[in-house]
Design a protein around this ligand. Structure first.
Ligand code: DAH
Length: 360
């Protein structure tokens, strides 16, 4: 085999052996590059005699062309192989089920949802939100709210007490959100318009009572606030909350130490079916307690009852949630059962607002 044939055989083998485009490029540089083996051979033509050149010229040019063609052909093959490998490695199995987005798997608890709904309604009426601690003093939970020491109304609350401290003080888990009325009146100047959502505690448990439950309190204090404002506020609120055009309310005389007069409010409803329907029917259902703030309570907060007056109300958030969304057992609210939450919970991105709809 002549030198040229040996060289061509070697080059052809190297081209075939190149497994990647980068390796093939190395072969190209080593043969057709400036100092490549073929180029070096081409340089020898100049020093040849005319006869030799006549024979070697076509032979070398032929070699150069064949090498260039072989490299180009190999390059196409490698390109195709690379594409196929990529397609194989990047295939997506479109038959796989979609993984649900986090916003679809998490759910908002009905208590949180209803709290948000209530805040949205009262914010629209110009109320702001006030909060207080779950652990309260006897003074704020009872005494300042005009529960005299030893008064039987204290017994009605089934209070969880902490152990007595050395100074005789006894803390408790607040039995209602009313102590936040005192906290607010003692620290803020009227006019006041607040709602107070929060956890409350009583030693009680059955289908409609749990030891921890939620209340929302309302308080309005101003110089000319009267009972008509109370009725109007509650009526507007109940229409917005139950998303009905009309509600009929009934005010029954009642007793709370911190209000005078005190009333319980019933709403007209239909209880004939499995669910209670608000705004229709001939039945009545108790929904909240309310009244005009007692002068003693105002005095206990440093307000002059001859200048200021106002109204307050208190209601169970969990109970409102049960009524609106048709849940029969309150205890299930706090079982932390994700199946229950999935069924009764709300989508995280559907934030309640009066404009977009409270519950959709
Ligand atoms: N604190 C009362 C309770 O838990 C509810 C209540 C009734 C609050 C009348 C009020 C009110 O502010 O005016 O039973």
């Amino acid at each position: 085999m002549s030198d040229l044939q040996t060289l061509e055989a070697e080059i052809t083998a190297a081209i075939e052996a190149a497994a990647t485009e980068a390796a093939l490029e190395d072969v190209r540089v080593a043969t057709l590059g400036k100092k490549g083996s073929v180029s070096e051979k081409m340089k020898t033509l100049g020093k040849m005699s005319p006869e030799e050149r006549k024979e070697m010229g076509p032979a070398l040019n032929g070699l150069k062309t064949r090498v260039a063609d072989a490299i180009a052909a190999r390059k196409e093959v490698l390109k195709k192989e690379a594409l196929e490998a990529r397609l194989a490695s990047e295939t997506i199995d479109v038959t796989q089920p979609l993984r649900p987005a986090p916003a679809e798997t998490g759910h908002i608890h009905p208590v949180s949802q209803v709290t948000e709904e209530l805040c949205a309604i009262f914010a629209d009426m110009g109320f702001s939100v006030a909060e207080g601690p779950d652990i309260e003093t006897d003074e704020l939970n009872f005494t300042a709210l005009n529960f005299p020491e030893g008064h039987p109304a204290r017994e009605m609350h089934d209070t969880f007490f902490f152990n007595e401290k050395e100074n005789g003080e006894r803390l408790l888990l607040r039995t209602h959100t009313s102590p936040v009325q005192i906290r607010t009146m003692r620290t803020q100047e009227p006019p006041l318009r607040i709602v107070i959502p929060g956890r409350t505690y009583r030693c009680d448990s059955d289908q409609t009572h749990t030891p921890m439950f939620h209340q929302m309190e309302g308080l309005v204090i101003d110089k000319t606030t009267h009972i008509g404002h109370l009725k109007g506020t509650l009526e507007e609120f109940l229409k917005a909350f139950f998303e009905v055009d009309n509600v009929e309310l009934r005010f029954r005389p009642s007793f709370f130490p911190f209000t005078e007069p005190s009333m319980e409010v019933d709403v007209k409803c239909d209880r004939s079916g499995a669910e209670v329907k608000i705004g229709e029917g001939d039945d009545w259902m108790e929904i909240l307690g309310c009244g005009m703030v007692h002068p003693n309570v105002l005095r206990n907060c440093g307000l002059d009852p001859d200048v200021y007056q106002g109204f307050a109300w208190g209601m169970g958030i969990d109970r409102l949630a049960m009524l609106k969304y048709g849940m029969a057992d309150l205890r299930a609210f706090f079982d932390a059962d994700v199946r229950w939450l999935k069924h009764y919970g709300f989508r995280p991105l559907d934030v309640p607002s009066l404009m977009a709809g409270l519950s959709r």
